[in-house]
Design a binder for this molecule. Structure first.
Ligand SMILES: NC(=O)c1ccc[n+]([C@@H]2O[C@H](COP(=O)([O-])OP(=O)(O)OC[C@H]3O[C@@H](n4cnc5c(N)ncnc54)[C@H](O)[C@@H]3O)[C@@H](O)[C@H]2O)c1
Ligand SMILES: N[C@H](CO)Cc1c[nH]c[nH+]1
Ligand SMILES: [Zn+2]
Length: 440
């Protein structure tokens, strides 16, 4: 039986096409989950640390007192990982720091004289505080910790706090690799939390956990709902870093063995992931499917089950007539991670046409896992179609732009008739009066 659900674009009706584009949102915003997360948020607002501790007991099976929420200096200082992981974290953080510093160098204040006597521009400053959520459920995610924290540090956010659920099945300890990342970056405000309760705690502030202005980080549906709900309470959060997803656009020159391996990368995250191959070659699709079957057999059961769901009911293979159609599909899908595996002389044409994706990785030497871990591009990226309108987490996520203008007397007089005409039309006499009195 095929691993990938196979469809031919030219024979798919509108419903079949819409179904491949749709992912995740119904599950994420399932009404009873929304209601229970809403109650949890209210509880944290009313009872602070006590509610976070209760949620840790109920949902994560961990008993802690409020004093136990903060990861101690001793835990941070003694956290240790193998030399190989330590070196890999340094390698990754160097690339990520370089990427974000390049971005910062292009985010300079600017101004210009837009007419004689009128200067306008922008001043760019970091937000004053941010909360970083590192997931810890179906996997350990030190890479998410540095994907969030390095950009925040490079942006210069003065107050940072990181929350993370304890290792599942443990006795309350936090993944040592996450702590190593925090230590390397000088982040000492680290808290063990239940996922959604931790989001609420960052938004309201509790006795132990500092209140922040913006919360970022990918997570499970419960964590995602908590972030969306906290917008009602005046906290900035992002839309929407949900279940991991990927797409590969390939032509008949792609190597099916690498293609299968690359499709399995994000497919193994969970049964809620979605992975799609769009190809001009049915022969390549057949060969890739056979390879997928062989490579999935080598995965542990839990990852194999996730991969079959991601490539089967949640995703699949779409055979298209040409690469232009593939580009149209990729832009409509707006994948979190997108790889282009086409002939060298087609790459520019395809990449030029791609506009909606969290990241675009070019060629079969650029697998998603290199992007996830080490390349230095953002890897905490918008999912569920939000790559149509938003971007991954970078230093820019932690900056804001304030417009600045200065007019002299001559420019104010020149603008007065336009201001007064529009103020009169909108019915705001005080808006008009401020210009009238300057021009008497
Ligand atoms: N978009 C991205 O950049 C990106 C990056 C990494 C991971 N991800 C995705 O993030 C997700 C991580 O999910 P995860 O489960 O591994 O970790 P998670 O930490 O996000 O979720 C687990 C936490 O949520 C709590 N929780 C779960 N359901 C709950 C409920 N109903 N009520 C209260 N608490 C509840 C658990 O007790 C635990 O504390 C995956 O879907 C993965 O694909 C996305
Ligand atoms: N694929 C994830 C982002 O969607 C990032 C990640 C971390 N670890 C493994 N993968
Ligand atoms: Zn991944």
């Amino acid at each position: 039986m095929s691993v990938m659900r196979r469809q031919v674009w030219s024979s798919m009706d509108a419903e079949a096409r819409a179904s491949i584009m749709h992912r995740g949102l119904d599950d994420i915003f399932e009404p009873s989950l929304r209601a229970s997360i809403g109650e949890l948020i209210d509880d944290v607002r009313e009872r602070g640390d006590a509610a976070v501790c209760d949620a840790l007991g109920t949902f994560d099976g961990i008993d802690v007192t409020p004093e136990g929420l903060r990861v101690t200096d001793d835990e941070l200082d003694s956290a240790a990982v193998s030399d190989a992981v330590d070196a890999a974290i340094d390698d990754a953080m160097t690339h990520l720091r370089d990427f974000n510093e390049q971005q910062m160098a292009r985010a300079a204040d600017w101004s210009f004289e837009s007419e004689p006597g009128l200067t306008v521009g922008e001043k760019i400053t970091p937000i004053t505080s941010a909360g970083l959520f590192t997931p810890s459920g179906k996997a350990s995610y030190p890479s998410v910790a540095y994907q969030l924290a390095v950009p925040a540090v490079v942006a210069g956010v003065p107050e940072l706090a990181l929350v993370v659920p304890p290792v599942p099945g443990g006795s309350g300890e936090v993944d040592a690799a996450v702590l190593v990342v925090c230590r390397k970056l000088g982040i000492r405000n680290v808290f063990r939390v239940n996922g959604p309760a931790g989001i609420a705690a960052l938004g309201f502030g509790t006795e132990s956990i500092p209140q922040v202005r913006k919360i970022v980080g990918p997570g499970s549906p419960a964590v995602t709902i908590a972030q969306v709900e906290m917008q009602r309470h005046g906290v900035a959060t992002m839309m929407l870093l949900g279940p991991t997803e990927s797409m590969v656009v390939a032509d008949d020159t792609a190597d099916p063995v690498r293609l299968a391996a690359d499709l399995l990368i994000e497919a193994e995250h969970g049964t809620d992931s979605s992975v799609v191959l769009v190809t001009t070659s049915a022969t390549l699709a057949d060969a890739t499917d056979a390879e997928l079957d062989r490579q999935i057999a080598e995965l542990p059961d839990v990852r194999a089950t996730a991969a079959r769901a991601s490539l089967g009911p949640n995703g699949g293979c779409i055979v298209v007539d040409d690469l232009d159609v593939a580009v149209t599909i990729a832009n409509e899908f707006a994948a979190e991670h997108l790889q282009v595996a086409v002939a060298d002389d087609q790459i520019d044409r395809v990449v030029d046409g791609l506009v909606n994706a969290g990241e675009i990785l070019i060629g079969q030497h650029t697998p998603f896992s290199a992007g996830n871990f080490v390349i230095g591009c953002p890897a905490s990226l918008p999912t569920s179609g939000f790559a149509h309108v938003s971007s991954g987490i970078t230093a820019d996520t932690f900056l804001k732009r304030t417009a600045i203008a200065r007019a002299d007397e001559r420019a104010a007089a020149r603008m007065a008739p336009s201001v007064i005409a529009l103020a009169d039309h909108e019915g705001f006499p005080a808006h008009a009066a401020a210009l009238h009195l300057r021009n008497r």
